[in-house]
Ligand binder design. Structure first.
Ligand code: SF4
Ligand code: SF4
Ligand code: FES
Length: 367
């Protein structure tokens, strides 16, 4: 009997990569009777998806290394008595794989029933509903009596209600693997394994960055953004707008949900080249607050006596230009803003050197 996870097969896959990760060959295997060619080194799960076949997954997530813990993506491989998890099994040339045999379906149903044991029927996310449909079991109708009862403090930006946790571990893994924060982990609780912090300390005391990466990968209502009271009157459908976070020079791409010209929520865009689905706390939670703040400056002000007066841009520029004439170049310094575009900042430093005659130019990219 051949073991597809054997070191020999892994060696074959590793040898198919040149240093630097460039693929040198492709392999062919059979998935549900269809011949499929994939790059060597592909996981079976990825090969199955490339073949256009959908397969249930829970612990797997594109941001994370596969761990094979939920066992929902198991498949039948000819010549293999077990049911390996496709997310952690490499695709190997010549494999004959079946994704929907009766024993695979029965096994997945058993696993999902275990995962959803006593899951409360009052809050089933779209992802869970889709999983239940794919695996083919009844929706859970539990009351959650055997589950974590208390909501834990989530800090200022999100809520933690592990009553709805299915222990997929995505939140812990994103916190460790992607954010490097290690703020949360699995721990032994009264109801078995639970997610939490060391010694149950508040997130503020355990290096949490409040990036909400854990919220974004959670497939259930266990983790969710706190509702901002400022958004209470902006209920209903929103339009989505993609833009770049204005806070610093990294250039994270965010998706803004907007209703009635008001930003209701923003989240990191998985397709953003600079951030790949991640954001810091300022980008994730801090933009709508200043965009809509009543004190936000959105026109020039000039102090006249003790009062600030709103003026036109031409009056403001004339005032500044007149004031500059009182100073020598070595008395002037220019501070550029990280909220401007690269092009704006380039022009500003050019203006400082060529027009004002000063090389004292700095930038607040360390915002
Ligand atoms: S908000 Fe970020 S740092 Fe805090 S627990 Fe979640 S993933 Fe970890
Ligand atoms: S809190 Fe969410 S992401 Fe974390 S283990 Fe529970 S269900 Fe999974
Ligand atoms: S998705 Fe493969 S084991 Fe969970």
């Amino acid at each position: 009997m051949r073991c597809w996870n054997s070191p020999r097969d892994r060696t074959h896959i590793e040898l198919s990569f040149r240093p630097g990760g460039i693929m040198t060959d492709a392999i062919q295997l059979t998935i549900d009777g269809q011949e499929v060619r994939v790059a060597a080194g592909t996981t079976l799960l990825s090969a199955i998806r490339q073949a256009g076949t959908s397969i249930p997954t829970l612990c797997n997530h594109p941001y994370l290394k596969p761990v094979g813990s939920c066992r929902l993506c198991v498949v039948d491989i000819e010549g293999d008595r077990g049911l390996p998890a496709s997310c952690t099994t490499p695709a190997v040339a010549g494999m004959v794989v079946r994704t929907q045999t009766p024993r695979v379906q029965e096994y997945r149903q058993q696993m999902l029933r275990l995962i959803l044991k006593d899951y409360p029927g009052d809050a089933i996310s779209a992802e869970l509903r889709d999983l239940i449909r794919q695996v083919g079991i009844d929706s859970p109708t539990g009351e959650g009596k055997e589950r974590v009862k208390e909501k834990l403090p989530g800090g200022p930006f999100f809520e933690r209600d592990y009553h709805y946790c299915v222990r997929c571990g995505r939140c812990v893994r994103v916190c460790h693997e992607v954010r490097g924060a290690q703020a949360i982990s699995f721990r032994e609780g009264s109801g078995g394994m639970e997610i939490g912090t060391a010694f149950n300390r508040p997130l503020e005391e355990v290096n949490c960055q409040f990036c909400a990466a854990c919220v974004d990968v959670c497939p259930t209502p266990a983790l969710y953004d706190r509702v901002d009271p400022a958004n209470a009157k902006y209920q209903g459908p929103t339009t989505q707008t993609s833009s770049i976070c204005p806070y610093c020079g990294v250039g994270c791409r965010l998706t803004f949900s907007v209703r009635d010209n008001h930003i209701v929520r923003q989240e990191a865009d998985p397709t953003g080249p600079a951030n790949q689905g991640q954001a810091c706390v300022k980008g994730r939670f801090g933009i709508a607050g200043f965009v809509h703040h009543p004190d936000r400056l959105n026109q020039p002000l000039i102090r006249k006596g003790q009062e600030w007066s709103a003026v036109s841009w031409s009056e403001a520029i004339d005032t500044v230009a007149t004031a500059f004439r009182k100073y020598q170049p070595n008395e002037i310094a220019v501070i550029a803003s990280a909220k401007c575009t690269n092009e704006d900042n380039y022009v500003l430093q050019k203006f400082a050197r060529a027009v004002l005659g000063t090389n004292s130019v700095d930038h607040c990219a360390r915002l």
